[in-house]
Structures are given as C-alpha cells and as structure tokens.
Write a protein that binds this ligand. Structure first.
Ligand code: 5GP
Ligand code: ZN
Length: 113
C-alpha cells in the first residue's frame, strides 16, 4: 500500500520528477539526486516496504527481483562491469528514506566512497 507521505511512493506514482533508468512490475531504478559515485542509482521496490526488517515470506522475493534488476542495469556498465549494492536498514545505518531501496554504485573504487 502506497504511503502518501513517502517520497519514493510519490516517485513510483509519477508525482515527482526523476531520471528513470529502468522499470518493471516489481521495481523502478532512478538516478540518486545526490550521487556519491559516478554512477549512483536507486533500485526501489514498488511495494512500500520499510527495510529488510519489514520483510516476510510473502514479500522476501523482492530481494531476488532487486538482484536481477541490478544484473540487468550492470550490463550497460563499461568493462569490468564492477558495481556495489548497499541497503541501509535503520536510521543508525544511514537510512534516511523509510521505503526500502538498494544503492547501485559504480565508476569509483567503493573503498574510496
Ligand atoms: P538512504 O540514506 O535512505 O540509504 O538513501 C536515500 C537516498 O535517496 C539518498 O542517497 C538520497 O540522495 C536519495 N533521495 C532522497 N530524496 C530523493 C529524491 O527526491 N529523488 C531522488 N532521485 N533521490 C532522492
Ligand atoms: Zn513508500
């Protein structure tokens, strides 16, 4: 169920402008508004799930959907197609938007981020 106050639900419902990279039935991929690497995308499930703590048996398949989406968008990267994936879970871990999302980062050594 969409949360009216959630910025990512608004983006999914096309109520806010974004640079859209990919979309399928399960997730969208957008450019992060404040990139921390030359390539910084957000893979966002369309369903309003707060974070990994919020998953259950009926929603956990979103993790494989997000992984397959990462694999798909990685095909557009230059060789060696290296990338990192990060999910922050909870404010103490740096989660600022309480709608689960996976950061897709490339183009820099992740150890330098
Ligand atoms: P978190 O800190 O929750 O792991 O990541 C949230 C990310 O969402 C941040 O990297 C932030 O720059 C990005 N973000 C927040 N609001 C917007 C927005 O309105 N549009 C886009 N494209 N990215 C956003
Ligand atoms: Zn949401």
């Amino acid at each position: 169920m969409a949360d009216q106050s959630c910025v990512f639900c608004k983006i999914i419902n096309k109520a806010l402008p974004v640079t859209l990279i990919e979309e399928n039935d399960d997730c969208i991929v957008i450019e992060d508004i404040a990139p921390k690497a030359p390539v910084h995308y957000l893979i966002i499930p369309k369903k309003h799930i707060i974070n990994v703590h919020d998953l259950d048996a009926s929603t956990a398949s979103i993790m494989s959907s997000m992984a397959l989406m990462a694999k798909k968008i990685a095909q557009k990267l230059p060789e060696p197609k290296a990338f990192g994936l990060i999910i922050n879970n909870g404010e103490q871990a740096g989660q600022t938007v309480l709608h689960m999302h996976q950061h897709f980062l490339s183009g820099a050594k992740l150890t330098d981020l």
